[in-house]
Design a protein around this ligand. Structure first.
Ligand SMILES: [Zn+2]
Length: 140
């Protein structure tokens, strides 16, 4: 499953950082997920907790948190920046789902709320990153 593969990749990266920083244990891990990343937040959170115990003793007992990061849109015509939900245009549930699968389709369904141009850039809102990580060293 997609979420489990991603969870494994994130935790492998976290374990590597922990090793490099000589951490005995990771106490906090915040994972940021772009809203355009096709992923179930609930399933991903569960995957992070289930995968972690098997992967590295440094991650034992860790309860990673997942935050969703909104995509930012910037109009190429007038320079206005706006969020997906602020865009002008008719957005039914079907359209929004299509946009989440194929972000490039946003241009067919959305327009700048200021000038109505469908010509905008999509910044952020994609990918999975480690937003924050804390841990303790052995002698702490
Ligand atoms: Zn505009």
């Amino acid at each position: 499953m997609h979420e489990y593969a991603l969870a494994e990749a994130v935790l492998r990266a976290a374990a590597r950082v922990a090793r490099e920083q000589d951490l005995a244990r990771v106490t906090r891990l915040e994972v940021a997920v772009g809203e355009l990343q096709q992923i179930s937040q609930e399933l991903f959170e569960r995957a992070l907790t289930e995968v972690e115990t098997a992967s590295d003793p440094r991650l034992e007992g860790l309860e990673p948190t997942v935050t969703i990061v909104s995509a930012a849109l910037q109009c190429r015509a007038c320079g206005a920046t706006f969020a997906m939900g602020e865009a002008a245009g008719e957005q039914g549930a079907d359209e929004m789902e299509a946009i989440h699968f194929v972000p490039e389709l946003a241009h067919s369904f959305l327009a700048c709320p200021q000038c109505g141009s469908p010509d905008f850039e999509i910044e952020g809102g994609r990918g999975v990153t480690i937003a924050a990580m804390e841990g303790v060293t052995d002698d702490a």
